[in-house]
Write a protein that binds this ligand. Structure first.
Ligand code: SF4
Length: 273
């Protein structure tokens, strides 16, 4: 029996298939639960604070004080969030968690003046069909230049990648440029990754040629996913990423049995139609 194809993919899921097809299957096809990650939860908190800074304040009002108020409101909301609660942080860990988030928000103001940019949307959900595949992604912020050109902005709360990883990260963000072109009809002139920790900006100007190549590669990845589902053949690809993989116990590279994933998935989500 063939495995059920996902209905849509996000750019991060496309790159997760390339990193390891088997981990992709466990996460996207079998939808096995993964433990909450402090880094991901902190990233959500900081993104919410910056979203509020732009959403609640017009040019002139986007000050560090306004950002701190936005972070305080997002922190308040986070107290009820199931993923945050799952972290079970002790009091001192909660204080350190919040202090880290405050440092990241402060880092943002060292990268740009939010009052000097014209923003047309924050946390924009974009969906487009690319090569027969429904691709969807959320753009952290979409700016427009005085000439009316779009700029895609993505906040990063992790470390700045090495030079080799940089191209792959930018490749991921080019997906957002592609989505923007497909949905809004215009290719952005720039994609900017704002690394809040360092703080550093990495920018790229997506060319027509780069996006054409990306469309072809996306179609090829989708064909590979279709084949893997049809043949039920998702292979492990051991690498340094295994150290952070939540599925080692099911992975044959670590002595696990991937067949157990289907049973676990059926138990959690019911048998596929
Ligand atoms: S442990 Fe490594 S090889 Fe196995 S599924 Fe995870 S990432 Fe893939």
């Amino acid at each position: 029996m063939a495995l059920t194809l996902p209905r849509s993919l996000s750019p991060s899921k496309v790159s997760s298939f390339k990193d390891c097809a088997l981990a992709f299957r466990f996460s996207v096809i079998d939808r096995l639960p993964e433990p909450a990650s402090p880094h991901a939860v902190k990233g959500t908190l900081v993104h919410s604070a910056l979203e509020g800074l732009f959403w609640e304040n017009g040019p002139g009002g986007r000050t560090p004080e306004a950002a701190r108020a936005s972070l305080a409101a997002a922190w308040e909301e986070l107290q009820e969030d199931p993923e945050f609660l799952e972290l079970e942080l002790a009091d001192d860990q909660r204080q350190a968690f919040l202090a880290d988030a405050e440092g990241l928000v402060a880092g943002y103001f060292r990268l740009e003046d939010p009052n000097a940019v014209t923003t047309v949307g924050v946390e924009l959900l974009l969906e487009a069909e690319v090569g027969g595949l429904l691709l969807r992604g959320i753009i952290d912020r979409l700016d427009v230049t005085p000439e009316g050109e779009f700029i895609v902005v993505d906040y990063k709360t992790g470390r700045v990648p090495s030079e080799m990883q940089e191209q792959s990260r930018l490749g991921g963000v080019q997906f957002y440029a592609l989505l923007c072109e497909q949905v809004l009809g215009r290719r952005p002139v720039s994609v900017r990754l704002l690394y809040l920790k360092e703080p550093i900006v990495i920018a790229a100007d997506p060319s027509e040629q780069a996006l054409r190549g990306l469309r072809q590669r996306t179609a090829a990845v989708w064909s590979a996913i279709e084949r893997a589902c049809e043949d039920e053949d998702f292979r492990p690809k051991p690498s340094g990423l295994c150290n952070w993989c939540n599925f080692q116990s099911l992975c044959p590279a670590f002595g696990g049995d991937p067949a157990l994933a289907s049973a676990l998935s059926a138990e959690l989500h019911g048998a596929p139609a």
